[in-house]
Write a protein that binds this ligand. Structure first.
Ligand code: ADP
Ligand code: 5GP
Length: 210
């Protein structure tokens, strides 16, 4: 089988549990690499520089755009967010499945240049649950929560563009399901062109009595 990792884009409404799911997935399974994004938003309590995000000034972020260091970037509720390019390429090449936790504009940019990327949209079990999680997290003001919910309404128009939806109900089951989806995608024939060709050539050689 081909060794290159799968670039997996995980999107979903703010507060749906993307960060939690990804953290649990990384803790439970090997073979994943999480891309750490750059952002201009303020650090939340408990977040760490270089682990949660690279927290940058607007000027430093715009320099990265100008130097073509980002695979994609977008503005989300008044802040820039972007994916450093080199890390993603290095990890895919080394065979790791790379996780990008990014919003929909970023997903569309990545799909244009890497159409083989796998895209998964995380859904709440109910709309009410989403609101409860967003408020329960207790990291944003009501004003920011409302802006994020308005953004959720906009983003909901694009859910059908994703390959899969995953309902984040029971955390442990959702983590396993996420792993299962990514793992099975390694068997897609278009990801295994070289392997298929090698086997085909081998069988042909046998059939010709070599
Ligand atoms: P996101 O990264 O999508 O903005 P978070 O991972 O910060 O969301 O999760 C938002 C809140 O929901 C957190 O308080 C988290 O503990 C909680 N949460 C996440 N997944 C679940 C789940 N499956 N069941 C119950 N609560 C969850
Ligand atoms: P948060 O501020 O809650 O950490 O993230 C806000 C939104 O930005 C989330 O939807 C998250 O997926 C998205 N995001 C985080 N990093 C990136 C990135 O590098 N690029 C893009 N396009 N979106 C990102």
């Amino acid at each position: 089988m081909n060794k290159r990792g799968i670039l997996t884009i995980i999107s979903g409404f703010s507060g749906v549990g993307k960060g939690t799911l990804v953290k649990e997935l990384m803790d439970k399974y090997d073979n994943y690499a999480l891309s750490v994004s750059a952002t201009t938003r303020d650090m939340r309590p408990g977040e760490e520089e270089g682990k949660s995000y690279f927290f940058l000034s607007i000027e430093d972020f715009e320099n990265k755009i100008d130097n073509n260091e980002l695979l994609e970037y977008a503005k989300y509720v008044n802040n820039y967010y972007g994916t450093p390019k080199q890390y993603v390429e290095d990890m895919l090449e080394s065979g790791k499945d790379v996780l990008l936790e990014i919003e929909i504009q970023g997903m569309r940019q990545v799909k244009k240049i890497m159409p083989e990327a796998l895209t998964i949209f995380i859904m709440p079990p109910t709309a009410e649950t989403l609101k409860e999680r967003l408020i329960g997290r207790n990291t944003e003001t009501m004003e920011v929560i409302e802006a994020r919910l308005r953004r959720a309404v906009e983003e909901s128009q694009g859910i059908e563009e994703y390959d899969f939806i995953l309902v984040n109900d029971n955390l442990e089951k959702s983590v396993d399901k996420l792993h299962q989806i990514i793992d099975e995608c390694h068997c897609q024939s278009f990801r295994n062109k070289k392997f298929i060709e090698d086997i085909r050539e081998g069988v042909k050689a046998f059939s010709e009595g070599e």
